[in-house]
Design a protein around this ligand. Structure first.
Ligand SMILES: [Cu+2]
Length: 171
């Protein structure tokens, strides 16, 4: 009874709550199917940017653009062969002015938290979980209102130092 009332109230207040609730079911079942286009799920207004990551330790593409305040959903897909334990990747978008090497250093030993050290979270605009071959992960965020370049990196041990980085240009 109480749950039903809460649902009704939320539905009135937030029309998208209903859609989000309904979408939650197909999302979870589709996640088991690697051929499913994850990017189409979740609906709403976010623009999807797909990035491939692989055994060459590059983001492809490494140069992204967004409008100030634009809703963005970054989807990374691991297209490599090497096992996740040796070649996992993530997408970590940094706030403006954050020292990328410092973040990479702190995260490099944070394997238990998928290479996102708790101490750097306040320096991030967005981050995904870690992916291995054939896996995808996504991060949804609002592009900053301040125009300029924002760095993104992979925080798996050593990858930033080997050049696994890119730039989101807000313009
Ligand atoms: Cu990586």
């Amino acid at each position: 009874m109480r749950t039903a009332c809460l649902f009704a109230v939320l539905s009135l207040l937030v029309p998208s709550f209903v859609a989000a609730t309904l979408l939650a079911v197909p999302s979870s079942s589709a996640a088991a199917d690697p051929t499913t286009d994850t990017a189409r799920e979740g609906g709403a207004a976010a623009r999807v940017i797909q990035i491939e990551v692989g055994d060459n330790m590059k983001f492809m593409p490494a140069a992204l653009t967004a409008a100030p305040g634009e809703q963005i959903r970054v989807v990374i897909k691991h297209v490599g062969q090497m096992p996740k334990v040796a070649m996992g990747h993530n997408f970590v978008l940094l706030k403006k002015g954050v020292d990328a090497q410092g973040v990479a250093d702190k995260c490099s030993s944070a394997r238990d938290t998928e290479f996102i050290a708790p101490s750097v979270k306040h320096q991030l605009l967005a981050s995904t979980t870690l992916v291995g071959p054939g896996e995808t992960a996504e991060a949804t965020f609002v592009a900053p209102s301040v125009r300029g370049d924002y760095q993104f990196i992979c925080t798996f041990t050593g990858h930033f130092a080997l050049g696994m980085k890119g730039t989101l240009t807000v313009k």
